[in-house]
Write a protein that binds this ligand. Structure first.
Ligand code: FES
Length: 81
């Protein structure tokens, strides 16, 4: 499966404590960085997560992070597209 790079950098979003979020893993969602169901048929699925604290977070947009759903700087090493 080839991951689509939705954005070569993180999405800065506000997350609410204890809410369940679905981070887009495939890069096809139109509602980045969250899943909109576009992965259907690809064999991939969203990554569900919650946070302990309400606040801003940097969610990976390149989909190559090693610490999903958060940006770990992996986008810096991607080939230019
Ligand atoms: S946006 Fe993916 S690692 Fe930073």
């Amino acid at each position: 499966v080839t991951l689509k790079i939705a954005q070569k950098g993180p999405y800065r979003v506000k997350l609410e404590k204890d809410q369940v979020y679905a981070w887009c893993t495939c890069g096809l969602s139109a509602t980045q960085p969250f899943c909109d169901g576009s992965h259907k048929g690809s064999g991939m699925k969203s990554f569900k997560f919650t946070t302990q604290d309400t606040g801003m977070a940097n969610l990976c947009g390149c989909k190559h992070t090693k610490t999903p759903p958060y940006c770990d700087g992996s986008h810096c090493a991607l080939e230019d597209i």
